[in-house]
Write a protein that binds this ligand. Sequence first.
Ligand code: GRF
Length: 192
Amino acid sequence: MVPCKRVAILGSGTGSNARAICDFGRHHRDAYEVALMISTSLDAGICQVAREYAVPLALLNKGNDTRVELSLLLARHEIDTLVLAGYMRLLPTAIIEQMQGRVLNIHPALLPDFGGKGMYGIHVHEAVIAANSLKTGATVHLVTPAYDEGAILAQAEAAVPQGATARDLQQIVKELEHRLYPATLSAFLRSE
Ligand code: GRF
């Protein structure tokens, strides 16, 4: 049997995508194994998810060099693919090189629209409303040294309901993300 691909999730948000990825992995054991979760803060939702799914958790220490710390963690845990889920910083280029491009991210809009610097969290949905867009969605893409510019692996779309607020859109898009991200990760790993 081909050994299961070992995935690490790096994030500092509420952890809802990390949960969806763990949940999918639990029900599709041949797809991947979430072998490590990495957070920048003990308060992040991802830490609770790691405890619930009994996944080893590592905290990035603010005082340390992220590049060195991450590099050691990924090597030590023999991680095949790194998944960003609410990681707010730019990933060091050396890490992308170490992972030979196997780094995925999810963005809460239909890239290339509403991406780039400053386009994170609720700001993305505010921009979608301000532009009077009729549709929005989520994008899973490969990570490159520039924000939101890597090759697009998959997208999911939803209509923007009339009168929707940015918070409404955030909720609609999160639901899309929770289906899109695990399925895309699994397809990506199968295609390698
Ligand atoms: C998601 O909306 C994702 O698109 C963005 O960060 C958010 C993380 O949310 N990259 P959560 O922590 O997974 O709930």
